[in-house]
Write a protein that binds this ligand. Structure first.
Ligand SMILES: [Zn+2]
Length: 186
C-alpha cells in the first residue's frame, strides 16, 4: 500500500512543479492539498502533428505546456503502441505476457487502468483533484476525460498534466520492475 501512496506523492510533486511553473494560481490549489497522507479517498514532429489534429483525444496529450517526455509516452499509449507484453508476445519477442504488478495478462488496457496497481494510482490522483470517483476501463476513462477535461480552467490543466504524468510514471515503474526486478517505491 505504501508504494502506491509514494507514487501518488511523486505525481503530486511532479504536477505541482509543472503547474506552478506555468500557472502561478496553481500554488494555492496544491498548498491546500499538499499532505496526501491526510487524504484518505481523495513531437514528436510535424508528421505526428498532422495526425493528431484528426483525433479527438489529442488535446489530452498535446496541450500548451505539456511535459514532452510525458506527452510522448501518453501519445504512444493512446495509439496502443507501447511495447506491452501482449503485443510483444504476438510478435514472438517474448513467450509470456504476465503483468509485472499482478500477473494478469499485460495489455495497454490492463495497465491503464484495469490493473489494481495502476487503478489505485489514478484513483489517488483523481482524489488529489477532489474527484472521488471510481476508475473505469481505458475506453470509458478516456471518454470521460475527453468530455470532462475541456476548456482552460486550472483544474483541467492539472488533470491533463496528471493524466500524462500518471501514464508515464506507471509505464516507468513497470519498466523498472521488468528490467531490474526492483521497485523504486519500496
Ligand atoms: Zn496488473
Amino acid at each position: 500500500m505504501g508504494n502506491k501512496r509514494d507514487i501518488v506523492q511523486k505525481l503530486h510533486e511532479l504536477v505541482y512543479k509543472e503547474a506552478v511553473k506555468v500557472r502561478e494560481e496553481a500554488a494555492p490549489f496544491f498548498a491546500a492539498h499538499s499532505d496526501l497522507s491526510k487524504m484518505n479517498s481523495k513531437l514528436i514532429c510535424d508528421e505526428t502533428r498532422l495526425r493528431r489534429d484528426r483525433v479527438v483525444w489529442h488535446k489530452l496529450v498535446w496541450f500548451a505546456q505539456h511535459v514532452p517526455k510525458h506527452a510522448i509516452i501518453s501519445w504512444l499509449t493512446f495509439l496502443n503502441r507501447l511495447a506491452t507484453r501482449d503485443r510483444l508476445m504476438r510478435m514472438g519477442v517474448v513467450n509470456e505476457n504476465c503483468c509485472i504488478f499482478c500477473a494478469a495478462e499485460e495489455s495497454r488496457n490492463h495497465l491503464f487502468f484495469e490493473c489494481g496497481f495502476a487503478r489505485e494510482v489514478w484513483r489517488g490522483v483523481l482524489a488529489m483533484c477532489l474527484l472521488n470517483q471510481g476508475v473505469l476501463d481505458w475506453d470509458a476513462e478516456i471518454e470521460w476525460a475527453i468530455d470532462f477535461m475541456k476548456g482552460k480552467s486550472l483544474l483541467t490543466f492539472i488533470l491533463k498534466l496528471s493524466l500524462s504524468a500518471s501514464i508515464y510514471l506507471i509505464w516507468e515503474e513497470r519498466n523498472r520492475r521488468c528490467f531490474t526486478g526492483v521497485s523504486s517505491y519500496c
